[in-house]
Design a protein around this ligand. Structure first.
Ligand SMILES: C[S@@+](CC[C@H](N)C(=O)[O-])C[C@H]1O[C@@H](n2cnc3c(N)ncnc32)[C@H](O)[C@@H]1O
Length: 222
């Protein structure tokens, strides 16, 4: 059985419950994310977004000038919603949306894309899968291509205990919801990225309502 079965069920529920409109020409509410996408998108570029969810970041990139995009997600409801949003925003010919996991990446050629998005996915996989995902992004994105990587902040282990997250091993946890959380310290992130990417910039993104910080990395493919 896939270790991500409960993950898919969790996200299916989330995407089933969202039915707000989305206009991809309108600015996203979080300034740091908008600025990151401005940096990411070059006119006419091709993009890949792994763990795209309902595809809003990819759609926003199309509005910013990206020509084509591929979005992949394990949640059938996420992909269904992304397809609906691509249709209502009249960009369905520019976006290919695929339901599935890491195995879907083998269909793409080396250097096939100019840039990529990994937003809140790398630290929610099993570590061996996160490493494989970074390797695949390094392969399918051109050398010098840009990657928008967003991660959760490192969480104090005592806080995770309070949230009743179960420690699987080392810094890998399974939350009550069934989601994996790889609780990465900054040094470990640098370690993970070093082999395939150069870090151009690191920004903290504040989610005030949730009292949370995300770490946003602007990466260049090696
Ligand atoms: C936190 S959401 C992020 C969605 C989107 N990237 C964003 O930033 O708005 C995580 C997404 O990753 C997807 N996901 C989780 N595990 C996955 C896996 N093993 N393979 C593909 N997608 C996965 C979930 O279904 C969900 O849509």
């Amino acid at each position: 059985m896939s270790p991500y079965k409960r993950t898919a069920v969790f996200w299916d529920q989330v995407f089933q419950d969202i039915d707000t409109d989305f206009d991809h020409r309108e600015s996203l509410s979080i300034k740091e994310i908008e600025e990151g996408l401005d940096w990411l998108v070059d006119d006419g570029c091709s993009m890949i977004d792994y763990g795209c969810g309902d595809g809003k970041l990819l759609l926003r990139c199309i509005a910013k000038g990206s020509k084509v995009g591929v979005g992949i997600d394990i949640s059938p409801e996420g992909i269904k919603r992304a397809k609906e949003l691509a249709k209502t925003n009249d960009v369905k010919d520019q976006i290919d949306l695929i339901e599935g996991g890491l195995e879907t990446l083998s269909a793409f050629d080396e250097d096939e894309f100019d840039s990529g998005i990994l937003s809140n996915i790398v630290d929610n996989l099993l570590p061996q899968d996160s490493i494989a995902l970074l390797e695949e992004f390094n392969r399918v994105i051109k050398p010098g291509g840009k990657i928008f990587l967003k991660l959760n902040d490192h969480v104090d282990p005592s806080q995770l205990e309070e949230w009743e997250a179960k420690k699987v091993r080392d810094d890998l946890y399974k939350e009550e919801s069934g989601l994996f959380f790889w609780n990465l310290k900054d040094e470990k992130v640098l370690d993970l990225l070093e082999k395939h990417f150069k870090i151009e910039k690191r920004v903290d993104v504040e989610f005030k309502e949730e009292s949370q910080i995300n770490r946003l990395y602007y990466l260049r493919n090696r």
